[in-house]
Ligand binder design. Structure first.
Ligand code: FA5
Length: 338
């Protein structure tokens, strides 16, 4: 009888010792101590023993049961501790590893200068308008007093989509679109992309312009001068010298090109200003009465000025960049400098 219990004890202790996971330990508990477990069955069998055998058998069996319980519980602690160690090892963070560096993007120099230009004009009460980049021949040329066979069309090499549809070559069509839907007084700037079949170190097929115009009953050339002086001094500093040179645009009369004293050599002469000491930064003039007629404004009542500038050119001058193509190559070493 005792031998049988001894075997049961040895077997249970061996099973417990060999258990490597909490799950198998739980199975061992059920196998020996569960409702139909080997120890429980033996306890139930006590009733069938003789009166003399019962106390001793019961005592030994209870000792075995207590031993199995305490062995399981000890083994459980050991397996739980091992599990925890395994988890800590697998989730450990090596604080000596170098971190991951995410590079932070920056505003493109053209966007930066566009915002600065916009900021100067909005602070002077100008509102911002936009027009389509795919434009009709009418708005890009005809309504601006450049008829189909006019030689002035040669001033801008155009990308045509069809006979009448093209990529706008300048932002001046926005003047016409705004004047068609609004009455004076107007004080507007129109920044945006424009396209010309043109490519060298100072010209790209796509570039940005900012158009500006003001229309009212008493706008004069002196207003244009005053506004442009304010703008140039805000962008390039109050010491910058300014020169108005007579020029020609079909949509302004009189027309001018505006130069600033070279910001690189300060008039001494350099490669960028071609030794003239001056740099051209925009075109401007008084809006031609023919344009007013196209939008049904009475030229006897209204006058206005308009100007248009190349944003890449202004950015190049501000940062001393000598090749316009750098703006569009996306070379991170170039872009990171701004
Ligand atoms: C015009 O485009 C006129 N619409 C400007 C204007 C507006 C005059 C209102 C009068 C009244 P122009 O073709 O000169 O003018 O171009 C203006 C500026 O765009 C130039 O001074 C130059 O800085 C820039 N530009 C012209 N072509 C290119 C190009 N391919 N790449 C980069 N910038 C260019």
């Amino acid at each position: 009888m005792h031998e049988e219990l001894l075997r049961l004890k040895e077997e249970a202790l061996k099973d417990i010792a060999e258990a490597e996971e909490l799950k198998s330990l739980q199975d061992i508990r059920v196998r020996y101590l569960g409702k139909k477990g080997l120890v429980t069955e033996k306890l139930k069998g006590i009733a069938g023993l003789s009166k003399q055998e019962r106390p001793e058998f019961g005592r030994v069996l209870n000792e075995i049961k207590a031993l199995i319980e305490s062995s399981i519980s000890r083994k459980e602690d050991i397996l739980k501790a091992a599990d925890k160690q395994r988890m800590l090892r697998s989730e450990a963070v090596d604080i000596s590893l170098p971190g991951y560096f995410t590079t932070i993007g920056r505003e493109h120099p053209i966007s930066k200068i566009l915002s600065e230009i916009t900021q100067v004009f909005t602070s002077l009460g100008f509102t911002v308008e936009e027009g389509p980049e795919v434009e009709s021949d009418y708005y890009n040329f005809e309504a601006l007093n450049i008829p189909k066979d006019h030689p002035a069309r040669d001033m801008q090499d155009t990308f045509y989509i069809s006979d009448d549809i093209l990529l706008r070559t300048h932002t001046s069509p926005v003047q016409v679109r705004v004047m068609e839907r609004q009455r004076p007084p107007l004080r507007v700037i129109a920044p945006g992309k424009v396209y010309r079949c043109d490519s060298d170190i100072t010209h790209t097929p796509m570039f940005h312009q900012v158009e500006g115009f003001m229309v009212d009953t008493d706008i004069r050339f002196s207003d244009l001068k005053g506004i442009l002086e304010l703008f140039i001094h805000a962008m390039f500093g109050p010491e910058t010298s300014i020169r108005f040179r007579p020029s020609f645009f079909p949509f302004t009369e009189p027309s001018a090109e505006i130069d600033i004293g070279c910001v690189l050599c300060f008039g001494a002469g350099c490669k960028v200003c071609k030794d003239t000491g001056w740099l051209e930064i925009l075109g401007a003039g008084m809006i031609n009465p023919r344009v007013f007629e196209m939008v049904h404004y009475d030229p006897e009542i209204y006058t206005g000025f308009a100007f248009g500038m190349g944003v890449e050119r202004i950015t190049m001058l501000k940062y001393g960049i000598d090749d316009i193509r750098l703006f569009f190559e996306n070379d991170i070493r170039f872009l990171e400098q701004f």
